[in-house]
Design a protein around this ligand. Structure first.
Ligand SMILES: Cc1cc2nc3c(=O)[nH]c(=O)nc-3n(C[C@H](O)[C@H](O)[C@H](O)COP(=O)(O)OP(=O)(O)OC[C@H]3O[C@@H](n4cnc5c(N)ncnc54)[C@H](O)[C@@H]3O)c2cc1C
Length: 369
């Protein structure tokens, strides 16, 4: 039977697990990452690729602040990753838009942002663009668009390249990375966690971090965590490759570094089903054409569905187990956006540093299940 031991065992090698591993390795900890099989649902391989602040935490300023700070950490996080691995992540972080086609919805959003900005002591630098201003800024915009919000730290990247760079970086720093291994049992004996995979790999670690995405439903309770995450499907459409026609991304439409326009806005409660459906694909395309009528001229070449990892209120869960201290759970809806802050700030919390952030607001105790 193969055995492995380290300071930390991370269960799950998606964007969340590898961001946490990245931070822990930089703190000098030894880390094992055990990542399941290709048949698992993996949000890190099917997402939209936005580093996105606006619209998040409108009613929960602590989450808006967490997201804002995460975006600010991004440029240095990505440049270090690229320098050390030679992998291009194609981060463009020069701001992004949310387009509006209904004046009541835009007015509501403006009122919400004013309130949020006050709650964040003025540190929420959004802007509002009129219909003519957004058309001048993005010539593809037209149709029913009546205005847009703009947030200067929003951006986008190639999420698969980010995952690849994180993997390479962590391996260079000594990560023991086990692929195709599914943790099935866990116990804590004499202060040490003993984990065993389906194939019989034995892992010993002083601390465990559950970053298993939707897999946390099954293995979270092994460490005393509540069964809180659930799936939400999103579908994404891809056009043929085009010359640069969009300067900045919006929350539902962006041009990738390779030239394709990527479109997606569905939020579907359909359980563990990541199929594409013709009804949703048509709806997504129609909504996009309302704000950018010229999109109708381009050919769609690909589409996919993927499952988001959602907590009951949509906010992250960061929690140390009460019944098994030393076991932690880290799960969130925006793992790309939060990658840098997960590396920098969560590693302080996981290693028990004095300057660790106070994460009480993100505890799972907020849910009375
Ligand atoms: C359509 C869509 C669009 C999105 N767009 C954005 C976006 O634009 N910006 C953004 O910030 N976020 C976005 N997200 C969310 C983002 O993709 C997720 O927050 C993030 O990928 C979650 O990463 P994860 O590592 O927690 O989960 P996953 O990527 O699901 O990884 C979990 C890993 O755990 C492994 N695992 C599970 N159980 C076990 C076990 N028992 N033993 C060992 N390993 C196990 C799995 O194999 C898997 O590799 C989007 C998501 C979707 C679906």
């Amino acid at each position: 039977m193969q055995k492995s031991e380290a300071d930390f065992a991370i269960i799950g090698g998606g964007i969340v697990g590898l961001s946490v591993a990245h931070g822990l390795l930089k703190q000098g900890a030894s880390v094992i990452c055990i990542d399941g099989t290709d048949t698992d649902f993996r949000a890190s391989r099917g997402n939209f690729g936005l580093v996105w602040v606006q619209g998040k935490g409108i009613k929960t300023p602590f989450y808006a602040a967490w997201t804002r700070d995460a975006a600010r950490l991004y440029p240095s996080f990505v440049s270090e990753l690229s320098e050390e691995t030679g992998i291009k992540i194609n981060l463009s972080q020069i701001g992004g838009y949310e387009y509006f086609i209904d004046s009541n919805t835009l007015d509501e959003r403006i009122a919400e942002y004013k309130k949020l900005k006050r709650a964040l002591n003025g540190d929420y630098p959004y802007e509002i663009l009129s219909s003519s201003e957004i058309r001048a800024a993005e010539p593809m915009v037209g149709g029913e668009t009546i205005g847009a919000t703009f947030y200067p730290y929003d951006g986008h990247l190639n999420p698969l390249q980010l995952l690849k760079a994180l993997t390479e970086y962590c391996k260079k720093r000594g990560l023991s990375h086990y692929l195709g291994e599914v943790i099935e049992s866990a116990e804590k004996k004499e202060g040490v966690f003993k984990l065993v995979t389906k194939k019989g790999l034995e892992v010993s670690a002083e601390k465990v971090v559950v970053c298993a995405g939707l897999g946390a439903k099954k293995i979270g309770p092994l460490f005393g965590f509540k069964n809180l995450v659930s799936p939400q499907r999103g579908q994404i459409l891809i056009t043929e490759k085009l010359p640069p026609i969009l300067k900045r991304p919006s929350v539902t439409i962006r041009q990738t570094n390779e030239g394709a326009i990527q479109i997606g806005d569905s939020q579907e409660q359909v359980g563990f089903n990541d199929n594409e459906t013709q009804v949703q694909m048509s709806r997504i395309a129609q909504n996009a054409i309302k704000v950018m009528p010229k999109l109708a001229q381009f050919r769609l070449i690909r589409a996919w569905g993927s499952l988001r990892v959602l907590s009951p209120d949509g906010l992250p869960i960061y929690q140390q187990s009460v019944s098994m201290p030393g076991a932690f759970i880290v799960t969130c809806h925006s793992g790309i956006t939060l990658a840098a802050i997960h590396s920098v700030n969560l590693s302080l919390w996981l290693t028990g540093q004095k300057n660790a952030p106070d994460l009480t607001s993100f505890s799972e105790h907020r849910f009375h299940v």
